[in-house]
Design a protein around this ligand. Structure first.
Ligand SMILES: [Zn+2]
Length: 158
């Protein structure tokens, strides 16, 4: 995973720094449940997080979006198809809202493409009034269910 770095570390970069802190806090929450490796070069990442307001989609504005692509990637000795998810997180929100948006959009990036009907879940379809900064028990159960699906496990099929 690659996260857009802070380019302005001085006092004028305060919004960049807050955005970065919020995204890293959301990442730390996911790291308690998934092995995630951060990389410095975007071309090495399968998940890229960019500080950018998503363009309007179907005439609707949003603060976050995750876009999945399938790429043919050159790896040592071979070309292979790999998923790449670009996550756009708008910087124009309060810090807890950025963290909640990042937590939700990273869930999409890690394979939870569906939504929950419960506003207390990080993967809620519609965010509630209170930003969700932790994965609910339901979110965690959905993640475990996903990880148990056949084909996601690298062990060879008998
Ligand atoms: Zn969503």
């Amino acid at each position: 995973m690659w996260v857009e770095p802070v380019r302005d570390g001085g006092p004028t970069g305060i919004w960049e720094q807050r955005w970065h802190q919020a995204v890293m806090a959301a990442l730390a929450t996911w790291q308690r449940h998934l092995p995630i490796t951060l990389v410095d070069q975007p071309e090495r990442a399968q998940v890229l997080v960019e500080r950018r307001r998503p363009p309007r989609l179907n005439n609707r504005a949003s603060h976050g979006r995750a876009v999945l692509e399938l790429l043919e990637v050159r790896r040592p000795r071979t070309w292979q198809l790999e998923p790449r998810v670009t996550v756009l997180i708008s910087p124009g929100q309060a810090q807890p809202a950025i963290q909640a948006t990042a937590l939700h959009e990273l869930g999409h990036a890690f394979g939870l493409w569906g939504h929950s009907d419960q506003p207390s879940d990080a993967m809620a379809a519609k965010p509630g009034a209170k930003p969700i900064l932790e994965l609910s028990e339901r979110d965690q159960r959905t993640l475990r269910w996903l990880q148990q699906q056949p084909g996601l496990n690298p062990s060879p099929t008998p």
